[in-house]
Design a protein around this ligand. Sequence first.
Ligand SMILES: [Mn+2]
Length: 507
Amino acid sequence: MALQKGFRSLSIFKNHFRRISTSYLSPKLEGLSKDPSDITVEEYKTRRKNLIKLCLDSEPWRTSRNLLLCVPAAPPAYYSDQILYPFRQNTDFNYLCGYPKPNCVLILFTESGKEENFKSILFVPQPFEHQRIWDGEFEGEDSIARSTGVDEVKFTKDIASFLSTFVTDNSKFSLWYNYQKAVNPDFHKSVMADFLRQGKYKKLESCDLFVQSLRVVKSPGEIALIRKSMEITEAAFAAVDHMIDEWQSKRSKNSPLFEYEIQAVMEYVCQLNGGRLAYIPVIAGGNRGTTIHYVQNNHKIDPRELLLIDAGCEYKGYTTDITRVLNFSNLTYEQKVIIGLVQLVQEACIQMCTPQYSLNDIYRRMITIIGEYLQVMGFLDLKLEGKQFDRGADRFCPHHVGHYLGMDLHDTPLVSKEKKLQPGTLLTIEPGLYLRPEYIPENLSLFKGIAVRLEENILVTEKDPINLSEKVSPREKSFLARDADECMIDEKAQRIIAKLISNTGIK
Ligand SMILES: [Mn+2]
């Protein structure tokens, strides 16, 4: 039985490679730009300096300006006994020093009379004897200090004694440590819980909001890495386009295409280029797209249905997050109407990605346009107003218009979505419409099960927003422009939408 199964999967494997090893893949990959430089040591130093400044400036009236700031690295995560998941560093720790190993602790502190000259110590686990046999050679303290730019590298076993000396030397200090959300529970239990119990600090606060308020504005070095991550995403979507073309040209009843095959190709292209998928992608055919977090990806693709792909790449800690909708046969009128609407909403929302607006401003605009259109179409009662109107529209688009993007997929969640966008901020704009059958009146039953989300990654500037993802599965190649006229919604509907958009005051 096992052998037979083995043979079966071998043939799938071959078939799969035939699909992706043809000429279309390699030129695309060779065309990728040179690897941008990593974040420099100088930039890590600047980030730490900016953070200290924010903490000190938050209490200008204090007589004592001493502080002790503690940011732990993530612990390793286990899949099962001793078997590791791929390691992912605590993002704030990564942002502040870039050191990629688990169970470290970064401490920044100022001492009496030398507030402007803060010091940084990176505590790393001391390698036990023979560890190199399991984990490779220990890098060495000097090398770690050079690559992170910290003043000193010590071993984590010495943190407790460092803390007690600090307390003796500095009677008044504020402690910056997020004890409510201990990033590293073992470190919290073994060191910090006791230190907190002693209560020697004058004030206890978390610096998470300050770190995130720095992270939300991207530096040129970060934008270069994001662009590279985007190029890989572009290559991954292009490989999918080609795989689908090939599948369609040779389509037969005996050769189904499964959603996970698309996931596999994207994973392959990301890894081949030094990245990885940033999250489990959503590869959802037809009605499954109305389940926002559908990640099973185990169904056959029905060429009569739309296919929603939400996927992104993480490259050197920087993430992209893209959604496209593909079709395999002529679109139905209903599909065209929904796609056309989402496209127009998206264009209107992207125009708002400027320092005049906040994410929530854009969200409210999206809900207004979607709701009014759904009323015109007969999906929502024309009499709905206020909260009921919002609730009605929310059924068809139950998520926000977007989120900040960067090192994390849902980046800097502590930065309010009411805050006006700042130049250098990266965000997603991802309006969607999900026509779950239970919300669709019978006279509109042909709309049942249609799911469309279009997601772009937008960089806010002083002037016009920049769409970093416009080359990802560009519209010429995806359904929207395979046949441009085909895809436009009819003139009357277009006029209605144009009017609705102009009513919202967007130019
Ligand atoms: Mn997203």
